[in-house]
Design a protein around this ligand. Structure first.
Ligand code: NAD
Length: 500
């Protein structure tokens, strides 16, 4: 067994040299081995980091030219592209997802950096000449100051990257608090900013748990908080952050449904259900966990899915496997407990993920893909976000019944419909109360130049991540009305000005 290595904060471009009062273990979920000891930040340390970030913003970054900002962004983009394999390996070592999936995640993050390279265009305001005689009006957008990003374990690189390039490009300083379960990829990416020429103090990482999060949420110099994680914590972050005067976007959990209509291509739908149900061991916020089969196709669809599940290899993500382990032992055991609960509540266990071999050494946190049929809305299998490789099939008789099921669900992150009927798909996109919709696409993945986020209990706040909504979130608007002295104007007029 190797000695676990120390993982620490990144403050003003350098690894923190202090001594942590509290630490937390980091594991390789494929082997069960402890690989790291993570320093947890105290509230005092968070305060020091925020103060340093504020100084870096007010001294330099908040007012630096767009040309200089974009030079850093282009260089960062190049460095991340060159190191993406390295970062992917860090993700697999701490999260467990297979290497190709980890690489895909880094690439998605890279796309946000590419989007942010266009910041001179994205920051352009409007200009109106002669709004009134010889009076011009224009709008500008300015940075906020220090912003905090708090991210979940399931996309340790991509989720921080949803926000950080846009926050930096718009002139803010950032304090990132990554998940304590798999922090190394985010720290490695944060170091690339320094290498790209970003002034010290503009990008910082504090590792920690509730103490660090609470310190960020209540600190008067943190002006905005971008959070992604489970619904109860997202709600807490939104309520606490806004009560302390911050703007907050808090993306929460999900229960994503995929409807299959009787006219759908069932092979396409079966491929999609397996890919979206079990990719990244079901630990994606856009994973499909509820498959809604509109009869009479359920038996046929389940047979095709079961056949495909038999071909999947589960194991160590560094090997040629389709699916890796779950992130921690506790999470693996919790997900596995739903298998007993599902049977006890009357669902039919079609494929039991506790059976069969995995391709790994050691004591990894594995649960193979699992399929339930005859799941009903009152069962815990349906009601909870399980966040594991457990796919539940619900059988309904009509499209309307399927739609009503989705719209009654408290989550509204992602959903998909499989059909060959364009009219039905169009109705669905119009009627469904969900933020991200796939039509014959199971996981409508985030595109950097659109904004990403859900509805209902999947988002607290009103601003989605990246795209133009991201640019707006990290900036404040001003409108300037200007008149340059002209002899024809002037004189006293106490009434409210009217355009003329
Ligand atoms: P989590 O809520 O446990 O943790 C998220 C972050 O909050 C972490 O940084 C964690 O340290 C911090 N945190 C945890 N407990 C806290 C507390 N009591 N007080 C303050 N901070 C706390 O989420 P997770 O398990 O890391 O991630 C999985 C969840 O994230 C799932 O619910 C998934 O659906 C969701 N998610 C949503 C999206 C989306 O786009 N909506 C994207 C990715 C993940």
């Amino acid at each position: 067994m190797n000695t676990p290595s120390r993982i620490t904060h990144l403050v003003a471009g350098k690894s923190w040299e202090g001594t942590a009062e509290r630490t937390s273990p980091v594991f390789n979920p494929a082997t069960g081995e402890q690989t790291g000891v993570l320093d947890l930040a105290s509230a005092d340390l968070v305060g020091e980091v925020v103060a340093g970030a504020k100084e870096a913003w007010s001294n330099e970054w908040g007012s630096i030219s767009l040309t200089k900002r974009t030079q850093v962004l282009f260089k960062f983009r190049q460095l991340l592209d060159e190191r993406k394999e390295e970062i992917a390996a860090l993700i697999t070592a701490e999260h467990g997802k297979v290497l190709s999936d980890a690489l895909g995640e880094v690439t998605r993050g890279l796309e946000v950096a590419e989007f942010a390279c266009g910041i001179p265009h994205l920051m352009k305001g409007g200009f109106t000449e002669n709004a009134s005689t010889k009076v011009d009006v224009y709008s500008i957008r300015q940075s906020l100051g220090v912003v905090a990003v708090i991210s979940p374990f399931n996309f340790p690189a991509m989720v921080p990257m949803w926000f950080i390039p846009v926050a930096i490009a718009t002139g803010n300083a950032v304090v990132l608090k990554p998940s304590e379960k798999d922090p190394s990829a985010a720290i490695a990416i944060a170091k690339l900013w320094t290498e790209a020429g970003l002034p010290d103090g503009v990008m910082n990482v504090v590792n920690g748990d509730k103490e660090a999060v609470d310190a960020l949420l209540t600190h008067p110099d943190v002006k905005a908080v971008s959070f992604v994680g489970s619904t109860p914590i997202a709600k807490y972050v939104y309520e606490t952050g806004t009560a302390h005067g911050k703007r907050v976007q808090a993306l929460g959990g999900a229960k994503n449904h995929m409807i299959v209509l009787p006219d759908a291509d069932l092979d396409l739908a079966a491929d999609a259900a397996v890919n979206a149900g079990f990719g990244s061991a079901g630990e994606r916020c856009m994973a499909i966990s509820a498959l809604v089969a509109v009869e009479p196709i359920a038996d046929d669809l389940i047979a095709r899915i079961t056949d495909r599940m038999g071909r999947l290899v589960t194991g160590d993500g560094t090997r040629a496997c389709d699916m890796g382990p779950l992130v921690t032992k506790q999470h693996r055991d919790k997900v596995a407990s739903y298998l007993d609960a599902g049977v006890a509540e009357g669902a039919t266990l079609v494929v039991d993920g506790r059976e069969g071999e995995v391709d790994a050494e050691g004591e990894g946190y594995f649960l193979k893909p699992t399929l339930f049929d005859h799941v009903t809305p009152d069962m815990s299998l349906y009601q909870d976000e399980i966040f594991g490789p457990v796919l539940s099939v619900l059988r309904v008789k009509t499209y309307d019944e399927a739609l009503a099921l989705i719209n009654a669900n408290p989550y509204g992150n992602g959903t998909a419909i499989f059909t060959n009927d364009g009219g039905a798909a169009r109705r669905f996109q119009n009627e469904v109360e969900v933020g991200m919709i796939g039509i014959n696409v199971p996981i409508p993945v985030p595109m950097a130049y659109y904004s990403f986020g859900g509805w209902k209990n999947s988002l607290f706040g009103d601003t989605h991540a990246h795209g133009m909504e991201g640019v707006h979130f990290f900036t404040r608007g001003k409108v300037v009305t200007s008149r340059w002295l002209d002899p024809s104007h002037g004189g006293l007029e106490l009434g409210f000005p009217q355009n003329g």
